[in-house]
Design a protein around this ligand. Structure first.
Ligand SMILES: [Zn+2]
Ligand SMILES: [Zn+2]
Length: 100
């Protein structure tokens, strides 16, 4: 997982630009993507923030091309992590968003 192998980050939805914390987290994420190494902690931080601060913006479960949603769907105890997984779609390319 090298940043150079990644697809470019998508344009985040407008609500994220309207939130100071989202903007700050996105800037940090952008910096990490440009450096060597992974940016998993930054990805998780943004997903957790979206679920906590913007729960109405979390996308619905994926109905195709997702190996994670069917697993989360049968685990009521993993509802928070499922929401974080879906929130990843908002700020990551699909291939990366659906890794976690
Ligand atoms: Zn926010
Ligand atoms: Zn999914």
């Amino acid at each position: 997982m090298k940043p150079t192998d990644y697809e470019p980050l998508p344009i985040p939805p407008p609500f994220m630009f309207g939130c100071g914390e989202c903007t700050e987290l996105l800037v940090t994420l952008g910096e990490r993507v440009g450096m060597d190494g992974t940016f998993i902690p930054e990805q998780i931080a943004i997903a957790k923030h979206i679920v906590t601060a913007h729960p109405e913006e979390v996308p619905p479960p994926h109905t195709r091309r997702c190996g994670q949603c069917p697993k989360y769907a049968v685990r009521p105890d993993a509802a928070d992590r499922w929401a974080e997984h879906r929130a990843r779609d908002l700020f990551l390319p699909e291939t990366i968003a659906r890794l976690l």
